[in-house]
Structure formats: structure tokens, C-alpha cells
Design a protein around this ligand. Sequence first.
Ligand SMILES: *[C@@H]1O[C@H](CO)[C@@H](O)[C@H](O)[C@H]1NC(C)=O
Ligand SMILES: *[C@@H]1O[C@H](CO)[C@@H](O)[C@H](O)[C@H]1NC(C)=O
Ligand SMILES: *[C@@H]1O[C@H](CO)[C@@H](O)[C@H](O)[C@H]1NC(C)=O
Ligand SMILES: *[C@@H]1O[C@H](CO)[C@@H](O)[C@H](O)[C@H]1NC(C)=O
Ligand SMILES: *[C@@H]1O[C@H](CO)[C@@H](O)[C@H](O)[C@H]1NC(C)=O
Length: 291
Amino acid sequence: MRLSPGLLLLLLSGLQAVIQAEEVRAMVGSDVKLSCVYPGTDRFDLDDLFVYWQVSESNAVVTYYLPGNSSTGLEDSHYKNRAHLSLDSMQQGDFSLHLRNVTPQDEQKFNCLVFRKSLELGRILEAVVTLHVAANYSMPVVSTPSRPSAEQELTFTCVSTDGYPRPSVHWINKTDNSQLDKALHNDTVSLNQRGLYDVVSVLRVPWAPSVNVGCCIENALLHQNLTGTETFIGPEAMVTDSPVRPQQEGSAAVVSTLAILLVMVIVAVATGCLCRTRCPRRSYTGARFVQ
Ligand SMILES: *[C@@H]1O[C@H](CO)[C@@H](O)[C@H](O)[C@H]1NC(C)=O
Ligand SMILES: *[C@@H]1O[C@H](CO)[C@@H](O)[C@H](O)[C@H]1NC(C)=O
Ligand SMILES: *[C@@H]1O[C@H](CO)[C@@H](O)[C@H](O)[C@H]1NC(C)=O
Ligand SMILES: *[C@@H]1O[C@H](CO)[C@@H](O)[C@H](O)[C@H]1NC(C)=O
Ligand SMILES: *[C@@H]1O[C@H](CO)[C@@H](O)[C@H](O)[C@H]1NC(C)=O
């Protein structure tokens, strides 16, 4: 059988389907576009196209297009009404998937497969898109130890919720900004009803009159560290420590007052000198009027 050069070219391009790979990040609740675009400026006939989007691992159907717009309802219920293809864009070679209201379960690898009927269902395009899902943790809240007596351990509890992916927890000694030993804290990470992570971390440190710590929740995907801090001040430390702050704040005021006084003295001395040379007697007249 003889093939025209044009058809041969199409067949070859059909055999060597263009394969694309991409990684995308989306926030939970947002909309995302998973890209699957045929390179070049070819136009496509909708009656000639079969387009499938599926989850790589489970082969669950996300959405699809068949010529003639015939059957529907094969989509996985998880994606029903959330996944769309644009027919206008498809005619221009853009088979991208529009996914609305991203959930943590969408953290998957997706396959885009495009076939042409006219090429005996030859595959012309394949894309693999890895979707990474992220959600912002709530600001960590650290609670103070409840009235521990001296010589006991101090227990700090840190809570942060509704994040994704799984966090790393670090505790920081705010006195010297060093990281506290992992053995000092127990982290409990659990998935909540929304499919997001909640974390509770309990830190135990030896009793000290004053302990200032920070609980740092790291979201590696968002390159984000959220830190909540808490200071424990024991009763003994309170007696000696509480006047420190006002003193420090007060000392600045004292310095500026002294500076103003110094300037006034210099001005007074300078005026005094001038007066002594030019008007020796007048300086006392003012004082008498006031009295
Ligand atoms: C596909 O079918 C739906 C509903 O049956 C219709 O609204 C839509 O216009 C059709 N699209 C095409 C391209 O035939
Ligand atoms: C994440 O949450 C924290 C605390 O609620 C907030 O300060 C920060 O701006 C948020 N970041 C983003 C990217 O939403
Ligand atoms: C924090 O650092 C200070 C200074 O290095 C040290 O004295 C203190 O014991 C540390 N606190 C904890 C809880 O490790
Ligand atoms: C963490 O939990 C384990 C087991 O429940 C316990 O043995 C350990 O002492 C705990 N550590 C801290 C710092 O609470
Ligand atoms: C977050 O904190 C960890 C541990 O302290 C550090 O390794 C990481 O670089 C920090 N990330 C950012 C984005 O600041």
C-alpha cells in the first residue's frame, strides 16, 4: 500500500506521541489548570478527537471527550462537576484540564491522552501532570505551663490546624535562637475531616525561672515557617524581672531628658557669658518681676 508523504508524516507523528511532564502546585479550595497542549499551530476537528484525563495510579476517569458528544457519566464521582475541558481550546490543540475547588485528595499524578480517529486511534499527545496541594497552617498557638511548682518539668503545648502537606515541627529556644532537641517534644499529627493536617506538639523542658520558647510549624511546600512564641516566668523570676522592663524603657527617657538638660545648660551658660559681657545687670531684673 502506498502512502502519501503527508499521511506518512501524520502516522509517524502519531506513533511518536508527544510526551509532556509537568508539576503544578495549587492551594486547597482554589482552581487549577493542568496543562496538556499540542505543540505547534495545528487546528483540530472535534469529530476526530478522543481526549481522556485520568488519575495515573487508579486509572479513575477525571473527564473525557468523545466525538459526537455522546456518552457522559463515566467520570469518577470525586471529579464530577469539578473537571472541565474547553471545546474551543481543544480545536486549537489545548486539551488542558480545568479543575475547580482543589481538595487534598487531588494530590495525584494525572494523565492526559489525546487520540485521533483519523489515525486509527493513534495517540498524538500524552501529558503527565503532578499536582501538589498545599494549605496554609493556622498560626501556632502555644499555651503556658499551668502553675508548675519549682523543680518540676515545664510543659508547653503548641497547636496548629488545617495545613497541607504534613508539617515539620521545630521548637526554638528564643533566648539564643537555637533549635531544641527533638527528643524534648512529642508531635501528634492527625488528618481532620477536611483531609487537612492538625498538629499538637508537647514540649517538656527542665524547670527554669524563665523560659522563652517558640513553636515553629514548617510547611515545606509553601517554604513557610509559622512561629508562635510563649514565655514562662516563674514566681521568683517575676519579682526580680518585672521592674527590668520599665527600667529599660525608662532609661531611654532618662538619657533624652539628660541630653535636653545638657543643651539647656550650655545655652544658659552661653547666654550668661554674653549677658555678662554686654548687659551685666539685666539678668536679675526678670527674676524680680516674677517674684
Ligand atoms: C454536548 O451535549 C450537551 C448536552 O447534551 C449540549 O449542551 C452541548 O451543546 C453538546 N456539545 C456539542 C459540541 O455537541
Ligand atoms: C498563612 O497563614 C498565616 C497565619 O494565619 C498568615 O500570616 C500568612 O499570611 C498566610 N499565608 C498565605 C500565603 O496565605
Ligand atoms: C536557652 O538558651 C539559654 C542560653 O543559651 C540557656 O541558658 C537555656 O538553658 C536554654 N533553655 C532551654 C529550655 O534549653
Ligand atoms: C513522648 O511520648 C513517649 C511515648 O508516649 C514518651 O515515652 C516520651 O517520654 C514522650 N516525650 C516527651 C518529651 O513528652
Ligand atoms: C524553616 O525552619 C527550618 C528549621 O529551622 C529551616 O531549616 C528552614 O530553612 C526554614 N524555612 C524557611 C522558609 O524559613
